[in-house]
Design a protein around this ligand. Sequence first.
Ligand code: V07
Length: 254
Amino acid sequence: MIKLPFFNRKRRIELQPSTLNLENIPGHVAIIMDGNGRWAKKRGLPRIAGHKEGMTTVRRIVKAANRIDVKVLTLYAFSKENWKRPQAEVDFLMKLPKEFLTTYLPELIEENVKVQTIGDFEGLPSFTKEAIKEAMEQTKHNDGLILNFALNYGGRYELVHAVQSMMQDISDKKLQMEDIDESCISSYLYTEKLSDPDLIIRTSGEHRLSNFLLWQSAYSELWFTEVLWPDFDELLFEQAVSDFQNRKRRYGGI
Ligand code: V07
């Protein structure tokens, strides 16, 4: 068991002692941040109040992930299906990336975090795209935690998009049918350059993937909690990682 140092020089952030084994940290953690609306309802608040509170949890968990040296943190912020929500809620959600970055981008830069997204980026409103492009530009040389937001993302849509791109490349003679294998398909997904998630966390008591990282989750460990996303914290995050470390991964072997 290796104890965390109290100060990580490269990332210039304070560290708390932890009982986690730092030799077996999941490289890629993905989270379905569910329960924001329910958190608000319980308090007699509008759903958007829960989304706003959920943003502060994002900040906390990014810090926690960075601290234990997770390489990639993918957060499911907005699905392709979420457009079906009431217009006022969708409008509010689309303003959150800009609000989040206005508040936290300086800290993310300070902590060597690299901001990326997966999903149908072009389908987002231009003010959302501009804020995110600016953050990606300003963090593109950072080599610490990759903070990967799934925005306007759907796992089935991602596969449709990949098949369309592959067919286009076949027609343009850039790809041959004989060369299509699993790694080729992976390279046509939004996650092309990322490893598959080792651990997928879902808050708020639902036990589904809900169209999240369908191809990439083939061998992921799944971890669920009843706790609603705005109440999720670094201790629970470390609990999820610790439980992950105690599981045996077999990838179909014995
Ligand atoms: C959103 C807050 C977290 C709970 C889940 C839903 C609401 C952060 C972002 C974000 C996205 C891109 C980016 C920077 C921040 C965000 C949406 C919703 C749509 F570059 N939180 N958050 N985006 N929620």
